[in-house]
Design a protein around this ligand. Structure first.
Ligand SMILES: C[S@@+](CC[C@H](N)C(=O)[O-])C[C@H]1O[C@@H](n2cnc3c(N)ncnc32)[C@H](O)[C@@H]1O
Length: 250
């Protein structure tokens, strides 16, 4: 039960720091229920999968929301189901933290699950989680590298939980686009808490195909948007906002 006690004290702290007088702070029962349920499920899944990815002992990140936090398991499973991974897919988590999403993706028989993480300490935790994961059906690679420096040539499915600001996201999107000229392929992307989705909108080669409102069932409050490369199109020169060229169907 320490998880639940931790949650209760965190909620108490949030209330204390909200700046509102105590009698003006209302507890939303649906949200509270969602958070308790999510905490219980998190414990269940961590024990079942043999990994440790919770974020409750993390220091508060310097830049809000760009440090390590993770989504509840049911949300990650739902996102992965919606991405409809196939055996040829290479799933890449850009900013994988302790590797929860990478481990979840590797439960499916895909080609590879890759986690990119620039924080060395988080990276080694992700590596040991990858080694310990029970029920793994795909190879996992964890790389201690900034996402903007990775070679995305083989990646087909990209997962982002609001890992960085718009300038890094722009660099990453341009990098992925440049690989489409070398290796033309359909790609999908899930972006949770999509603060900078205008970057994807402006890319010219991605289109949004779905958007979820914050899932009430898990107590988190982030929308999730889903993107795919525009059909039958590839980058001519791989540049950001470059014109698109039709791929001739063979
Ligand atoms: C919100 S957490 C998401 C963790 C993981 N994707 C998940 O869903 O469980 C964002 C992560 O991105 C990492 N990160 C931030 N900027 C990065 C960059 N430029 N390259 C690689 N990782 C980065 C942070 O260290 C943090 O672990």
């Amino acid at each position: 039960m320490p998880g639940i006690l931790g949650l209760v004290s965190r909620i108490a702290l949030e209330r204390q720091h909200s700046g509102k007088p105590a009698n003006m702070i209302k507890v939303d029962p649906t949200r509270l229920f969602g958070r308790v349920r999510s905490r219980l499920l998190s414990t269940y899944w961590e024990l079942t999968l043999g990994i440790s990815t919770t974020d409750r002992s993390e220091p508060v990140p310097k830049v809000f929301n760009y440090g390590y936090v993770t989504l509840p398991y049911p949300t990650i499973f739902a996102i992965i189901r919606h991405l409809a991974l196939t055996p040829t897919d290479v799933f890449v988590d850009l900013g994988c933290g302790k590797g929860r999403a990478v481990c979840c993706a590797a439960l499916l028989p895909i080609r590879e699950a890759i986690g990119l993480e620039y924080d060395k300490r988080l990276c080694s935790i992700a590596e040991s989680n990858a080694l310990r994961l029970r029920g793994r059906r795909a190879p996992i690679s964890i790389r201690n590298i900034p996402a903007e420096h990775w070679d995305y040539t083989n990646g087909t499915v990209f997962y982002l939980y609001n890992p960085f600001d718009d300038s890094v996201l722009r660099a990453v999107v341009a990098k992925i686009a440049s690989t489409l000229a070398v290796n033309p392929r359909p790609t999908r992307l899930a972006y949770a808490n999509p603060w900078h989705e205008f970057v994807l909108e402006e890319s010219g080669w991605l289109e949004q195909y779905d958007r979820w409102a914050p899932p009430e069932f898990d107590g988190s409050d982030h929308p999730i948007s889903f993107w795919k490369s525009k059909s039958n199109q590839m980058w001519k020169d791989g540049g950001h906002n470059a014109p698109l060229q039709e791929i001739k169907a063979t």
